[in-house]
Design a protein around this ligand. Structure first.
Ligand SMILES: O=P(O)(O)OC[C@H]1O[C@](O)(CO)[C@@H](O)[C@@H]1O
Length: 545
């Protein structure tokens, strides 16, 4: 057993989970539960009262956090300590949203000036594209951005741009290409005009197969549609920490926006990787996004653990994963603009905490990162919510909703909000057999049928959820919301003593994928592989089953 699962606190949490009353009862006992179990800061309100917790659970969870030295670990991240131990790197995405007067040291130097210089370069570029000073090769202004990247160099810019649609400047559109499937880029390029299209190639390493292949195809398309080699500089910019490789590839040195090793891919939307966002919403709004995240950083760094939103959410996730056997966590956004957020949080959390070895190399003997999934309300209510309510798996849920809509129209928002709150209520309270039976009491159906249907209508309830509210979806509240989930992810990793900032698990697939590519090209024989892989490669070569 690891020292974590052996600890008294861990054992007491197991005990507490087994004797805790149903949430219905906890609410009945304490009408102050909402006041006591909700917290408001950074433009967000977190209601965590609908969780399987009492005073004892909370004090044990915070004790566990203290025993894991959580506060010191938070400080170490903000200080630029090398907390990504397997790659020997600091983890300083928080520096990207710091204030110019701050001093943040990484690798022996203050990194804030280079962050500010890059922001200034972004601002100048964004404004020149938006005001029409930056022109395509025939003198026309840019109307379309094609952003090429994958993983962290794709999903953040895409989801944030989608979320901030009401803030888009007029006259610019953006298209995101990630998948190496040619269909993606071919479909996106259909209808675009090479004279007015700008490609933003985003790759921290400048070595990712999908992104390099898509960029080469984009360049071919540009050259085949009227552009010349010398015109490339007006239509291709890159964001990378590997400036040499980008220059070698043919990107004009002036058109390269730097990033750094101390920014993890899935934490990088705040860097120049966010360039497509800034182009779409304008630089001032991009600054507001950074500011919202900075507010959450300050909250995370300075608020006592007991009132600290990311700590509370992170510890609740630990509670369900380790003491209630929950294997997944659902994120439900009651806002159409936020429909992509579950996928973003999925990447953030699953690439960060999908680990089974502790920092010191010990194999874990407890569950780590859950499967994160979700979608937009109310759509999910007509699909997978059935399983949330009556399935056998316990799936804690986060409900996220702005109180004011960007599109106030008739009764829409009242209905949306009612559904959101109604779902959290139903999950919590459930429906007893007697309640179900009472609903059928007046019906003219045989007694046996009443009894059978009542059994099917029983909902155990006691299903946990958090509700996160904001006044309105703005760049600032979105920045705070995303930073909240980043830090929530950190908290879980800190308790489990895993490295949330490497991703060795994705490497082997890349290596073997390249090996298969050689074999498909027949440079290498495939017969020495396992019989399944060999057969699949041969079928692919034949082009028919
Ligand atoms: O920005 P890059 O270097 O192209 O990497 C893209 C993505 O690939 C990964 O390394 C995983 O394959 C992610 O962590 C990263 O965001």
């Amino acid at each position: 057993m690891t020292h974590l699962t052996q600890s008294n606190t861990w054992q007491q949490l197991i005990q507490n989970a087994s004797v805790l009353p149903h949430m219905r009862e906890l609410f009945a006992q304490n009408p102050q539960r909402f006041e006591q179990l909700s917290v408001k800061d950074c433009g967000l309100l977190l209601d965590y009262s609908k969780n399987r917790i009492n005073d004892e659970t909370l004090s044990l969870l915070f004790k566990l956090a203290k025993e894991a030295n959580l506060s010191d670990k938070i400080a170490a991240m903000f200080n630029g300590d090398i907390i990504n131990n397997t790659e020997g790197r600091a983890v300083l995405h928080t520096a990207l949203r710091s204030k110019p007067e701050q001093v943040i040291m990484a690798e022996g130097k203050n990194i804030v000036p280079e962050v500010q210089q890059t922001l200034a370069k972004m601002q100048q570029f964004v404004e020149s594209v938006q005001d029409g000073h930056w022109k395509g090769y025939t003198g026309k202004t840019i109307t379309d951005i094609v952003s090429i990247g994958i993983g962290g160099s794709f999903l953040g810019p895409k989801i944030v741009s989608q979320a901030l649609r009401p803030y888009w400047v007029k006259g610019l559109n953006c298209h995101f290409v990630a998948n190496v499937d040619a269909t993606s880029i071919c479909e996106k390029l259909k209808g675009l005009d090479a004279e007015t299209t700008l490609f933003v190639m985003s790759s921290k390493s400048f070595g990712t197969q999908e992104t390099l292949t898509n960029t080469l195809s984009a360049k071919d398309w540009f050259l085949a549609n009227g552009g010349s080699q010398t015109d490339v500089a007006k239509h291709f910019v890159a964001v990378t920490s590997n400036v040499d490789k980008a220059t070698e590839f043919g990107i004009d040195a002036e058109n390269i926006f730097p990033m750094w090793d101390w920014v993890g891919g899935r934490y990088s939307l705040w860097s120049a990787i966010g360039l497509p966002i800034a182009l779409l919403i304008g630089f001032d709004n991009f600054t507001q996004l950074l500011d919202g995240a900075h507010q959450m950083d300050t909250h995370f760094a300075q608020t006592p653990l007991e009132q600290n939103m990311p700590v509370i959410m992170g510890m609740l996730s630990v509670l369900y994963g380790n003491f209630h056997d929950a294997q997944s966590h659902v994120v439900l956004t009651y806002d159409h603009y936020l429909r992509g957020l579950p996928a973003y949080f999925q990447q953030l959390d699953m690439e960060s905490n999908g680990k089974s070895v502790m920092l010191d190399g010990t194999q874990v003997d407890f569950s780590t990162g859950p499967v994160i999934w979700g979608g937009e309300g109310t759509n999910g209510q007509h699909a997978y919510h059935q399983l949330l309510h009556q399935g056998t798996a316990l799936i804690p849920a986060d409900f996220i909703m702005p109180l004011q809509s960007h599109n106030p129209l008739g009764e829409h928002h009242n209905q949306l909000a009612s559904n959101c709150f109604g779902q959290t209520q139903a999950l919590m309270q459930g429906r007893t057999y007697d309640e179900a039976y009472a609903e059928l009491a007046e019906k003219d159906i045989p007694e046996a049928e009443k009894s059978l249907i009542s059994q099917h209508k029983v909902m155990s309830g006691n299903k946990p959820s958090n509700t996160l509210l904001m006044d309105k979806l703005t760049p600032t509240t979105l920045g705070a919301l995303i930073a909240l989930y980043e830090h929530r992810t950190f908290v879980q990793g800190a308790i489990w003593q895993i490295n949330s900032f490497d991703q060795w698990g994705v490497e082997l697939g890349k290596v073997l994928g390249n090996d298969v590519l050689d074999r498909i090209g027949a440079e290498k024989d495939a017969s020495e592989l396992d019989c399944s892989s060999n057969a699949l490669i041969n079928l692919y070569r034949q082009g028919q089953i």
